[in-house]
Design a protein around this ligand. Sequence first.
Ligand code: DC
Length: 224
Amino acid sequence: MDQPSVITIDGPAGAGKSTLGALLAARLGYLYFDTGVMYRAFTLAALRADLDLDDEAALAGLAQRISISVRPPDVADGRQYTVLLDTEDVTLAIRSPEVEQHVSRAARFPQVRREMVARQQAIGRDGRVVMVGRDIGTVVMPEAPLKIFLGASIDERARRRLAERAATDLDHVRDALTRRDELDRHVMLPADDALLFNTNDLTPEQEVDWIMAYIQHKERSFHA
Ligand code: DC
């Protein structure tokens, strides 16, 4: 089958991007790359360095200095990958409530984003990758032959987050997601040629089956 060499998946928090991205990458034998981990690792580094999260120049300097790498999982704790900040394994630390709370703020500056985007594009250029984020189809890989923008209702996304995080307060999770949507809004827009996919009533397996069928149907036009 003639497959698209780069598939982008964008959409809001809790829409199911990482589940779908990892399944699709496994099905195609592609690299799965979740760009959110780069912004999270960067935010962790900024918090540790006690940087002012309103100081774009200081944050941009940090973004240029640090090394962030994402590797196949090397610990069997259910992780999809291992994230290294310089040489330290920060896979769990980047999911902390503190990082969660500050990441949208730290990620908002153009100079920081330029640095992260350049690194993501270097990975994308190698091809055979499913890249997941907010701005992948519009900014990072606008030439990707298959772009997907996932959506789900706020209630469904909150329910999924609740199950994922073993949290108990649905209203709290829903409020946190609504705040994050607001903060992420400026970087998150579907590309004009993205497939808009509502995942409310689909299981991840159904989504992958649908996309694989779509790829087979379109195979000739993916010749890039
Ligand atoms: O997908 P996630 O929740 O791990 O993303 C963490 C944050 O990083 C999110 O609030 C927005 C930001 N992000 C971004 O600005 N651009 C991306 N391509 C991916 C994530």
